[in-house]
Design a protein around this ligand. Structure first.
Ligand SMILES: NC(=[NH2+])NCCC[C@H](N)C(=O)O
Length: 413
């Protein structure tokens, strides 16, 4: 297996994963801006870093190769000799007030070595750190109250979302909210210029130059034939249809897409906040997405008779849809918090359903979700717990914090 991206399932043994160590961006938050930047609280930097390092170590201990977004980005920019081009692209999407400010920031950013520059862009650029030399009033008189020229990107440690590995390729995502949209510029640069990925036959199924939104937290690779994609706050039905057509037309190995509709609320922003695969025939699920009798609106997309068309079937018996799609005799949905009226929403809020499978039946979860964790164990799942006091403040769990690049194929049966 030599392709730099190879993900044919949610559960195959994890070989290589992309993480981002939380940096100053998570500390560059204030109560005024945190909601817009999609945080519910302000993490304590040394502790969130310690927790994140322990997460990475837990993966390394299981033989996983851990790569870091911030490091790959700097390497890619150096390899592509495109520091200036990268900065221009970033500044163009940073809502700068005037050209003078843009020029000043460009000069400032280019004065650092590449890694330092990338780290600063990620952390956000404060007005007080840059002197704009200009004789235009508009360049120098910007409103002082707002502290940033470039907003911090505190959600970067959720590497799952700006891009998603699918088969031997990926989607590079146009994100739902402006607060996160620049995040996919890093992975775009990596795929374009990093020697490990550039010109290595990585399929870009969808790039970020689209208007329809899609995020990796909604994109699940159930096996080498079937994807599940959430229709959610972050991913539109239109984007799912476009991606499905692209996968069919370009002769990928995928034959079926299950578009699963989940409520448009913050607590359930992505499909993986309410539903993750833990074994060949087991999923976690938040009962909050199921209607009476366990129903969930699902649209099954398959190749249409004519080229360029998709055949759509609507069903709502999710458990049976999954059982059929995965071709297993029995399928178990393990309810978050055991389905208890308090434990289920409490643990789901802290990503109790958001497990990262590192092999069939082996998952990484947050320690705080002890009801869900015990229940997983009682279903024969091995649960590796990680500390989560600070990591959980960004409303994402182990699956959100990881972008698998290579998983071993599952044995054919
Ligand atoms: N795949 C996920 N569930 N990611 C969670 C991302 C959380 C992040 N604060 C956001 O609101 O975007």
């Amino acid at each position: 297996m030599t392709t730099p991206i190879h993900v044919m399932s949610e559960i195959g043994k994890l070989k290589t994963v992309l993480l981002k160590r939380p940096g100053k961006e998570v500390e560059n938050l204030t109560p005024e801006i945190m909601e817009r930047l999609l945080f519910d609280d302000i993490p304590h930097l040394p502790v969130i870093q310690k927790e994140h390092d322990a997460f990475a170590q837990a993966l390394i201990d299981r033989g996983v190769e851990v790569l870091y977004l911030e490091k790959l980005t700097a390497e890619a920019i150096d390899a592509g000799e495109c520091k200036e081009k990268f900065v221009d692209r970033m500044l163009d999407e940073s809502n700068l007030e005037t050209d003078g400010v843009k020029e000043g920031l460009k000069k400032y950013l280019l004065s650092f070595d590449t890694q330092e520059m990338v780290d600063r862009i990620m952390a956000g650029i404060r007005k007080k750190d840059v002197t704009i030399e200009s004789h235009h009033l508009a360049d120098v008189s910007s409103e002082e109250v707002y502290p940033f020229y470039m907003d911090p990107m505190p959600n970067l440690y959720f590497t799952r979302d700006p891009a998603a590995s699918i088969g031997n390729g990926l989607t590079i995502n146009h994100m739902a909210f402006e607060a996160r949209n620049r995040e996919s510029l890093f992975i775009e640069a990596i795929m374009k210029y990093h020697p490990r990925f550039a010109n290595q036959h990585v399929e870009i199924w969808r790039d970020r130059n689209h208007t329809a939104r899609i995020e990796g937290g909604d994109e699940l690779v159930l096996n080498d034939k079937v994807l599940a994609i959430g229709i959610s706050q972050r991913t539109s039905a239109k984007a799912i249809e476009q991606l499905t057509l692209e996968l069919f037309e370009r002769n990928s190995n995928f034959e079926k897409v299950l578009a699963i509709k989940i409520p448009n609320v913050r607590a359930m922003m992505h499909l993986d906040t309410v539903f993750t695969m833990v074994d060949y025939d087991k999923f976690t699920i938040h009962p909050g997405i199921q209607k009476n009798g366990g129903e969930v609106d699902t649209y099954i997309l398959e190749k249409g008779e004519e080229a360029g068309t998709v055949k759509m079937t609507h069903r709502s018996d999710l458990q049976e849809i999954l059982r059929e799609a995965l071709n297993v005799p029995k399928l178990t949905l393990i309810p978050c918090g055991g389905g208890d009226a308090i434990a289920a929403p409490r643990e789901q809020w802290n990503d109790g359903s958001n497990t990262l499978a590192i092999a069939p039946g082996v998952v990484v979860t947050y320690d705080r979700n002890y009801v869900s964790n015990e229940l997983l164990r009682s279903h024969g799942v091995e649960v590796i717990e990680i500390a989560s006091s600070e990591l959980s403040r960004g409303r994402g769990g182990p699956r959100c914090m990881s972008m698998p690049l290579i998983r071993e194929d599952l044995p054919k049966h």
